[in-house]
Ligand binder design. Structure first.
Ligand SMILES: Nc1ncnc2c1ncn2[C@@H]1O[C@H](COP(=O)(O)OP(=O)(O)OP(=O)(O)O)[C@@H](O)[C@H]1O
Ligand SMILES: [Mg+2]
Length: 142
């Protein structure tokens, strides 16, 4: 998920380009403003933490871009592309390391396990929204 403000910073292409260049496969993509209720479900694991209310307020404040990204080890790869949660610790070369100066506004969310990916995909997409596609390269190689 691309978090609020990234659209306004005109960094959506930058983020998506990194996902594409890595070789991962975008199978669904939606521009949407999340209701508070949906944010609460998305971040249910953090309920009760000091940053939770601010996080829900922020995530529901403006459009996000939600995506389904597929590929072998896609979860680990997306987490590496995102970089560390804390803006001060995220390495240069990662999305957060290159563009985030504030931990809350760390540009992207990436699911952290197959179970959370399945749960989160279900919050945003129905089966009909997810496109499996082939890039046709198989016909170019032996
Ligand atoms: N200490 C903090 N102060 C402010 N915001 C925080 C803090 N810790 C986490 N957050 C916000 O809550 C989000 C969820 O925290 P989490 O621990 O799940 O990190 P993450 O898994 O790296 O990020 P995400 O779930 O968004 O992919 C963070 O991405 C960040 O926006
Ligand atoms: Mg998380």
């Amino acid at each position: 998920m691309i978090k609020p403000g990234v659209l306004q910073r005109r960094l959506v292409g930058e983020v998506i380009t990194r996902i594409e260049r890595k070789g991962l496969k975008i199978q669904a993509l939606k521009l949407m403003t999340m209701t508070r209720k949906l944010c609460e479900r998305q971040y249910a694991e953090h309920k009760g933490k000091a940053f939770y209310d601010d996080l829900v307020n922020y995530i529901s404040s403006a459009p996000c871009i939600t995506m389904v990204v597929a590929g072998e080890e896609a979860i680990a790869m997306m987490r590496k592309l995102a970089g560390a949660t804390n803006a001060a610790e995220a390495e240069p070369g990662t999305i957060r390391g290159d563009f985030a100066a504030v931990t809350q506004k760390n540009l992207v969310h990436a699911s952290d396990s197959p179970a959370s990916a399945a749960r989160e995909i279900g919050l945003f997409f129905g089966p009909e929204d997810i496109q499996d596609w082939s890039d046709g390269n198989e016909t170019w190689v032996v």
